[in-house]
Design a protein around this ligand. Sequence first.
Ligand SMILES: [Zn+2]
Length: 396
Amino acid sequence: MATAVIEEKSGKVVIRNIGLLLSGDIDHPILEADTLVIHDGLITAVGKEKDCDTEGAKTIIDAKQTCVAPGLIDSHVHPVFGDWTPRQGQLGWIDSTMHGGVTTMISAGEVHLPGRPKDIVGLKALAITAQRAFDNFRPGGVKVIAGAPVIEKGMTEQDFKDLAEAGVTLLGEVGLGSVKAGYEAKEMVAWARKHGIQSTIHTGGPSIPGSGLIDKDVVLEADADVIGHINGGHTSLPEAHVCELCEKSSRAIEIVHNGNERVAIAAAKAALELKCPHRVILGTDGPAGSGVQPLGMLRMVALLSSLANIPAELVFCFATGNTARIRNLNCGLIEVGRAADFVFMDRAQHTAGRTLLESVQLGDIPGVGMVMIDGIVRCGRSRNTPPATEVPVVVH
Ligand SMILES: [Zn+2]
């Protein structure tokens, strides 16, 4: 169940007998290595077993020839507090999502908080409280980067400076508050950027009653760091406008589960045609009206690989290394010095695919056999995915 951030360190951990090691790096997605060594939550070696110092490990894991990938990063979630979502009245949704291979989540605004304050002092206080609360408490071990204020008319540069100094690193979706005009959003996004706060803009039609339309011209004028749910959340802009955004903006192209699936495929293809696959990142946009999707990230990977015809090892990079680089996170890539956050996967039992990657390219989601965060095993065989053919074993 839920665990606090402050806990014992992993010590030395060795993961051996890896069948396929996905790097998260879209320029080099598959590594020629079968062993990972970790010390106190960070990767210290990646290589062949004979070349790695595996002596004296506190924990040894036999990956049983399964696939190890960086833990998935959900670029777009709407948490509130703890492991509870009032939107659908559910408990345990973050822990459940960890069973879907997600090890980091990024808040796009704590918008579902009942009675969410919209005055400036109140929205700043909420953001700082949410940032602190999720920094101190990790449901299922998942790193939830929260405290994403929804900007409102009347905010000044000093407000963004105050938020940054208090530890806030993100804005909630621009456009969910009273700031909906391009020129207003542009000024506040620039203030945020100046003070080191990253921004995401809502793209498309209203999400729920009370929210509004953000069209392509507003997205381009505001120039937020992330074109949030470019495929709509739920209602998409016309496909031609989405392709225009991919072409005219240089910002991150975020594709989500709770959006238009046809346009998700079009956006991914447009990014590849424009030779900017590094800009594509994935999220769920859950919890939302569509509910909670513990397997939402894996479903996005399978959707884009199978229907946009993109090799699965590249699509996994959309959900890991691309997001880590764009969001400046110390996870998402298998490299020395990065966080030991991994998902162990194998082809689901009875998939038509002969390998894990082929099964994903055929549209099946993989079976998760283990999830590790900061070098600590958080779950074994997933309670949510179809059963993996083979699962890793903790030797000791
Ligand atoms: Zn939205």
